[in-house]
Write a protein that binds this ligand. Structure first.
Ligand SMILES: [Zn+2]
Ligand SMILES: [Zn+2]
Length: 173
């Protein structure tokens, strides 16, 4: 899609705008969904994620703010995605409904486990977080998933150390 308006803020790009290509349905959804889905569901998801109806230019700062948040279809409709792409976006969200819901319910579960706080610094995350591996040397499985805030996301490569601190606290208590 060669969109001229940033879908996230609704403003036109200027010559000086710093732009990024953003995946409407974040790539993280595909990266983390493999173990939740059948082969057929997973391949449909991957296909849509890499299609042109899922990739748009956005301002760099708007992209930073969106992070890997998976929007709902009704949230998408309120944003400024190109009108001509809306029927295809609609179709994409409806076809992937079961895949996206499985991902959403996993995220919800982890959020609850973390008491809606960043896995690392424990600040409240609300709807602004990034999904990361706890131990970056281990696979992307949900046992190894955590949600962290922007600050921790850009600061650390690995969150395995957090667990160590927690275990230490528990064993010394
Ligand atoms: Zn923008
Ligand atoms: Zn944090």
């Amino acid at each position: 899609m060669k969109n001229k308006i940033c879908p996230l803020c609704g403003r036109q790009f200027s010559n000086h705008s710093c732009k990024n290509k953003d995946h409407l349905i974040p790539r993280a959804v595909a990266l983390w969904s493999k173990e939740l889905l059948t082969k057929k569901e997973y391949s449909a998801l991957r296909q849509y994620i890499n299609s042109k109806y899922n990739i748009y230019w956005v301002h760099e700062h708007c992209n930073y703010h969106k992070q890997s948040v998976l929007l709902t279809l009704s949230q998408v409709r309120k944003l400024s995605y190109p009108k001509e792409a809306l029927p295809r976006i609609n179709k994409m969200f409806i076809s992937l409904n079961s895949q996206l819901n499985k991902y959403r319910s996993k995220i919800k579960q982890i959020k609850k486990n973390q008491k809606h706080r960043c896995y690392s610094c424990r600040r409240k995350i609300n709807n602004h977080f990034v999904i990361r591996r706890i131990n970056s040397k281990k696979n992307r499985t949900w046992d190894n998933a955590c949600l962290v805030c922007d600050r921790c996301n850009s600061r650390y490569k690995d969150f395995a150390f957090v667990k160590k601190i927690k275990n230490h606290t528990l064993s010394s208590a």
